[in-house]
Design a protein around this ligand. Structure first.
Ligand SMILES: [Zn+2]
Length: 63
């Protein structure tokens, strides 16, 4: 069991750098988290790459 990882993402709406906690032990998932700066709903997409590493994508809701 891993602890949630703290990563930096850039808000796809306002471009601000945000510290977020991501639970990479839960496997592939999608969820929304509001940007702490502009309050827009950021879509987080967690997926596994070929090497089995978790990759985190952030997208706008309307993409
Ligand atoms: Zn934002």
């Amino acid at each position: 069991m891993h602890d949630p990882e703290e990563i930096i993402i850039y808000c796809p709406y306002c471009g601000e750098a945000l510290d977020v906690l991501v639970d990479t032990s839960a496997g592939e998932q999608k969820y929304y988290e509001d940007c702490a700066v502009c309050c827009s709903p950021i879509l987080f997409v967690l997926s596994e790459d070929d090497a089995g590493e978790m990759v985190i994508d952030v997208k706008r809701d309307d993409e």
